[in-house]
Design a protein around this ligand. Structure first.
Ligand SMILES: Cc1ncc(COP(=O)(O)O)c(C=O)c1O
Length: 392
């Protein structure tokens, strides 16, 4: 029978405890989700600041819809690029101190577009891509589709990165993440930028790219991610950030030199042949940026992270090192991770099991995410639940 592999593959995944299934969320409010009539405290969302539910962001969305409609109606090069999009790009340039920015419908397509723009048969078939082993699938997939040679250094291992940096040809890219999506630790960008400068001739210096999907909105003096934290914006050549996580809306941006952005406008198929997200979404996103800068939600989030970490240490819960909203507890077995997740759900705590191949083999885990929406008692309930499930 044609395509019989569909069934056999699914059956195999199920037998290994690796079958993925979607859960349909009936409601999502104040850090509580409803699934099949039951309510759970949600420790699985990337809406770290709760901005998807912020009244001002919602009102801005509604005002934007009233002014510009619910959809952009076309790709950006046709009629999908509006004053709202342009204003959002300008905001991004201003907060990151970069000359130009471009909006994408998702971080996945933005990462792919960066790889395709910088490495292609016509202009750069010899450059290499060197990145942290834990880079997100959207970047790795994009890199693999180009003629570039893909090299990976062990996660945050800068000795390993240094060895590989020495042999990079001209027109190469080094890439890392601001906050790693599955481990929650930071990419140590200042260290990487320093290494790039010390190991390369200035004129042939590889470009440094940061995927700031989980850092934008969370770290930095004004909350605008890695470039706003402890590095100069000149040491990072390309930044990709997403709006679907801490910003609370959706879509993504790429920021960099004017030449990079103009080149992408002229060549990135992910940009040219895709309908722009709505002007209303751009308008709401600008409102989110202003709320992020004001800082109240960031403070609530970081207080929750500190409380969680302190209580976890007191209860002997062995977390991966992380100061971010992403906290990982390694279980090292897909079936066990699923069983823990199920038991936690019975206690009203929604914490997903993240299994290989999303994470490396034998590092299956519970990925806990904290949010500004959580109350202190939610964090206590989380700790109690984890202690009961893990220690029994
Ligand atoms: C590190 C990282 N980069 C990129 C993406 C893709 O972003 P988006 O969800 O907007 O497609 C994700 C999504 O989870 C991510 O975690």
């Amino acid at each position: 029978m044609s395509f019989e592999f569909l069934r056999t593959n699914l059956a195999e995944k199920e037998s290994l405890g690796l079958l993925r299934e979607r859960r349909c969320i009936a409601s999502n409010k104040d850090g509580i989700i409803e699934v099949k009539g039951k309510h759970y405290i949600n420790f699985a969302s990337n809406d770290y600041l709760g901005l998807s539910q912020h009244t001002q962001v919602q009102q801005a969305f509604a005002q934007g819809i009233a002014a510009t409609g619910t959809g952009s109606g076309a790709s950006p090069l046709v009629t999908g690029y509006s004053e709202q999009h342009k204003a959002l790009e300008d905001d991004i340039c201003s907060v990151l101190n970069k000359p130009a920015a471009l909006l994408f419908s998702s971080g996945f397509s933005a990462n792919q577009a960066i790889c395709h723009a910088l490495f292609n048969q016509a202009n750069n078939s010899a450059g290499h891509i060197l990145c942290d082993k834990y880079m997100h699938a959207s970047f790795i997939q994009g890199a693999l589709e180009t003629p570039a040679k893909l090299l990976r250094y062990q996660h945050n291992n800068f000795e390993h990165a240094q060895k590989q940096l020495r042999n990079l040809p001209a027109n190469s890219l080094v890439a890392t993440e601001g906050i790693f999506s599955m481990d929650g630790d930071e990419g140590e960008i200042a260290t990487l930028a320093g290494l790039i400068n010390s190991e390369s001739e200035t004129q042939d210096r590889p470009w440094l790219m940061v995927d700031d999907a989980h850092a934008f909105g969370v770290i930095g003096k004004s909350g605008f991610g890695s470039l706003d934290a402890n590095i100069t914006s000149e040491s990072v050549d390309v930044v990709m950030g997403t709006f679907g996580k801490a910003v609370g809306t959706g879509g993504a941006f790429v920021a960099g030199s004017q030449a990079l952005i103009d080149y992408m406008v002229n060549s990135s198929k992910h940009y040219i042949y895709s309908t722009a997200f709505s002007g209303a979404q751009a308008y709401a996103t600008r409102t989110s940026l202003a709320i992020i800068e004001a800082g109240k939600e960031r403070e609530l989030l970081h207080n929750n992270i500190a409380t969680f970490k302190q209580l976890a240490a007191e209860r002997g819960l062995d977390l991966l090192p992380s100061n971010s909203p992403i906290q990982a507890l390694i279980v090292a077995c897909p079936n066990k991770a699923m069983a823990y997740s199920k038991k936690l759900a019975e206690l009203g705590l929604w914490i997903p099991a993240i299994r290989t191949p999303t994470v490396p083999k034998n590092t299956d885990r519970l990925r806990i995410t904290l949010s500004a929406l959580h109350q202190t008692q939610d964090v206590h309930a989380l700790i109690d639940g984890l202690s009961v499930v893990i220690h029994n």
